[in-house]
Write a protein that binds this ligand. Structure first.
Ligand SMILES: *Cc1c(COP(=O)(O)O)cnc(C)c1O
Length: 363
């Protein structure tokens, strides 16, 4: 937490704005809107997953439709496709940013169209805070007239050509889950330049209540709005977001400066114009065996590290769906490792982790 979270939460208690909406929700949405810029409208929601669900519903995804989804991601990018009874079509990553490959994306779209099943949407992800190839993906989406859901859950604070992530999709989403760069303990947001879509998202997120003195409903609704208490935490967190980005980037720089010259350890650069919040610092090792040697070696001294996300097309729940892969994400999953990356790591913590890795590599 930063400095003013409890002030905003206290304000909610003092004014009895504990019930769903209130000044903190508006204040939090305005803070995000101001930070992201680029004319976005923001709806604060109960989670990033809820935001993806609403985004897909707003784009008209329904039973029997197909939705393209980056395979190399966390399952929450894909689960809402299932909620709607649609079919995910997974697309592999490229090596520069580890995100959805423009080449494979176009292959997938052409293949599905040839099958008479043009995808209804594309879920593209800025994984680990690194922006996906924004221009290339937009070009393909426009060429085939398929809207983009921009999963920016891990990339608040990242940007592409000085434009903040979250504003590139037809709809964008953020997450404020406990593990993200800032948190409301749980929460998310839907972002769009289309004011009507924002209003419709809020309508659906508050049980789709029609304008009437009694309770009248002509749509299925959801209970997906963020509470005024949690939005108070969010307002305080927005004030320290830039500090958090700096802290995460400093972690990355430290690891890189100490480990970058080892042939066993590879880091991913930011391509020109790409700016990552470095949510997690990830490394690539030469093999699964060396990756595991480092991971298990760290664990013997109680330092937790984790393999990269397991691609969706390899997950038991998703493996039966169509996928377009060239082995890239499978390889990243086998050889990659996320190092300790919290915003509150001390220099001592970093030194200890690096010393352990050096010991493991030279043993
Ligand atoms: C965390 C995360 C989500 C989901 O956000 P929640 O707020 O936890 O529901 C979606 N996509 C990615 C890539 C994430 O990392």
């Amino acid at each position: 937490m930063g400095y003013n979270e409890q002030v905003y939460v206290q304000e909610a208690f003092d004014t009895n704005w504990v019930a769903p909406l209130g000044p903190n929700v508006n204040g939090f949405e305005e803070a995000i809107q101001h930070y992201i810029g680029n004319d976005v409208h923001v709806a604060a929601l109960s989670s990033g997953t809820a935001a993806i669900h609403l985004a897909l519903e707003l784009l008209g995804v329904s039973k029997g439709d197909e939705v393209v989804c980056q395979s190399f991601t966390f399952s929450a990018s894909a689960n809402p496709i299932m909620y709607l009874g649609a079919t995910p079509v997974f697309v592999d990553s490229e090596n520069d940013t580890w995100n959805i490959s423009p080449i494979l994306l176009e292959t997938a779209i052409k293949d599905r169209i040839a099958n008479g099943r043009k995808p209804k949407a594309i879920v593209a992800v800025h994984l680990y805070g690194m922006p996906y190839k924004v221009l290339e993906i937009r070009e393909i989406a426009d060429k085939y007239q398929i809207p983009i859901v921009e999963d920016s859950a891990e990339a608040l604070g990242s940007s592409y050509n000085n434009v903040k992530c979250g504003s590139f999709g037809d709809l964008g989403i953020l997450s404020f889950n406990g593990n993200k760069i800032i948190t409301t303990s749980g929460g998310g947001a839907l972002l769009t330049k289309n004011k009507k879509l924002k209003e419709k998202a809020v309508f659906l997120a508050t049980q789709a209540r029609d304008d009437a003195p009694h309770y009248q409903h002509s749509h299925v609704g959801y209970n997906y709005r963020m509470s005024n208490i949690l939005a108070g935490i969010g307002r305080g967190q927005m004030e320290v977001l830039e500090d958090r980005v700096m802290a995460r980037r400093a972690n990355y720089e430290y690891y890189r400066s100490k480990l970058g010259h080892f042939k066993e350890i590879e880091f991913v650069d930011e391509p020109a114009g790409f700016y990552s919040n470095r949510w997690l610092t990830c490394i690539l090792t030469p093999s699964f065996e060396i990756r595991e040697k480092i991971r298990l070696g760290l664990l013997t001294d109680d330092v937790e590290s984790r393999p990269l996300w397991k691609p969706m097309h390899l997950q038991p729940i998703f493996e039966k769906y169509p996928h377009f892969s060239d082995g890239t994400s499978e390889d990243l999953f086998e050889r990659g490792l996320c190092l300790p990356s919290g915003s509150n790591l001390t220099l001592e913590d970093l030194e200890r982790t690096v010393a352990l890795i050096l010991e493991i590599l030279t043993s």
